[in-house]
Design a protein around this ligand. Sequence first.
Ligand SMILES: [Zn+2]
Length: 174
Amino acid sequence: MSKETRNPQVVPSYSSAFQRLEQALVAAEDRSWQQIQEEIDQAVKFEQDAARLTKEEASLLAEWLRRDISELLGYMQESGHGLRDWLRFDLDLLEARLRESLLSIADPTRVEQVRLDKQLAHGEGVYVQGEVALPGVLRCTQCDKMICLVETAYLDACHHCGGDFFQRVTRRAQ
Ligand SMILES: [Zn+2]
């Protein structure tokens, strides 16, 4: 996706779908991965109507959200480490509302309640240039250059080598 064809509404829609998901999960008793995926679809559907996203934009939004949530919950459950380690930078750098949502979804007591299955396998998520991602540190798979997202944003091609593919970096991987 070239920068010119990016819909500026997509990033705010991603953020508000994420917050909507947080609210749904706080209220939900069943927190299976199946249930989380249904909540993601509903949150995205709401954003699609509210922000008049195309069908394609909405399905990409759902896909990106599933990947970020899967990476986040998978990391919390496997590592037992907190959100700070997942992000690899200070939580204070995040916008307050986004920080609250992340902390809520990554709450260890909540992660414990999520019944993880194979779809939540952590560490396989590849991020591609032009996709939207939650904050954190990502590494170019081609040249190992790190990029730091302090807010939800579109991923640009690697500034160092022009590479298109990235993986999340967590402290555990060091
Ligand atoms: Zn690179």
